[in-house]
Ligand binder design. Structure first.
Ligand SMILES: Nc1ncnc2c1ncn2[C@@H]1O[C@H](COP(=O)(O)OP(=O)(O)O)[C@@H](O)[C@H]1O
Ligand SMILES: [Mg+2]
Length: 267
């Protein structure tokens, strides 16, 4: 089975071509990092997999079927989640709010829904922390609850849009390792977008790098190279390896880390 197939896909938003004639396939139990500068189309690509952005040209298949909105076999963690923090709900009630097909307002969740929520919380190791109000959880703990929410309904494909934003390196590592463990235990496909490759090194199976309306997919050593990234950034790129870390440089400008600065406003 294939998790995702893009066959010569062009995505256009408000008259602007975000991806042009992009082709790639992702297997049903692959962990794929989606990389690329701000505006490269990482979020748009995930929305297209969800059936929320229709391709201008080409064909998209998801889990061996034509793409369609409302696919319960996909779990999704969207990029902007800052509103979550203010809620007085417990973490468990927050996760439960998404159970049973978003049946907000139902006074009593069904036993099956409660069981599903408990399963998802246990999968991410959040059974205890789910009892605390959301306001008393850290950024890393909140990511675990959001991940539990994305697991409801036992998806075969997880789309995680920049789950590392605003986390410190220690919590980034925790989230990456948790997602890797879930991906392997459940045998599912994961698309995990990020600004920089380093937190995902040693964990991802392949990388899907976007830029300039194009995409390159392959192992890290195949994609994170001067020639490939020069094409995707549209400028001369050097890839520098230092102490097990990778730096994507344009002259003395660090493309991935300088991108990062734009996100420090996020809560
Ligand atoms: N709703 C929208 N309408 C028009 N253009 C959009 C919309 N959302 C995003 N874009 C544009 O599409 C491009 C891709 O954006 P996005 O997918 O959010 O990139 P990324 O997630 O990689 O930062 C950007 O140029 C962005 O400005
Ligand atoms: Mg995005």
């Amino acid at each position: 089975m294939q998790a995702i197939l893009f066959d010569d896909v062009t995505l256009v938003l408000a008259g602007r071509t975000v991806l042009a004639d992009v082709t790639f396939a992702i297997g049903d139990s692959e962990f794929v990092g989606v990389l690329g500068p701000n505006g490269a189309g990482k979020t748009t690509l995930m929305r297209a997999v969800l059936g929320l952005v229709a391709p201008e040209r080409g064909r998209i298949r998801v889990l061996d079927r034509p793409v369609a909105a409302g696919n319960a076999r996909i779990g999704y963690m969207p990029q902007s989640r800052s509103a979550v923090a203010g809620l007085r709900l417990s973490g468990g009630d927050f996760v439960a709010g998404a159970a049973g097909g978003h049946r907000w307002g139902l006074p009593v969740p069904s036993a099956a829904d409660r069981q599903e929520v408990q399963w998802a919380l246990a999968m991410v190791g959040a059974t205890e922390l789910a009892k605390r109000p959301l306001a008393q959880t850290s950024g890393g703990e909140r990511q675990r609850l959001l991940l539990a929410q994305a697991l409801l309904g036992r998806p075969r494909l997880l789309l995680l849009d920049e789950p590392l934003i605003s986390l410190d390196p220690h919590h980034q590592r925790e989230v990456v390792e948790l997602v890797r463990r879930l991906q392997q235990e459940l045998g599912i496909a994961v698309l995990f977008s990020a600004h920089e490759i380093n937190p995902l090194l040693g964990v991802l199976d392949r990388v899907l790098y976007l830029g300039n309306g194009q995409a390159a997919i392959g192992r890290v050593d195949e994609v994170i190279t001067g020639p490939v990234l020069s094409r995707l950034y549209g400028t001369a790129i050097d890839v520098v390896q230092l102490n097990g870390r990778i730096f994507v440089m344009s002259g003395d400008y660090d493309m991935e880390h300088d991108e990062h600065r734009h996100d420090h406003g996020h809560a």
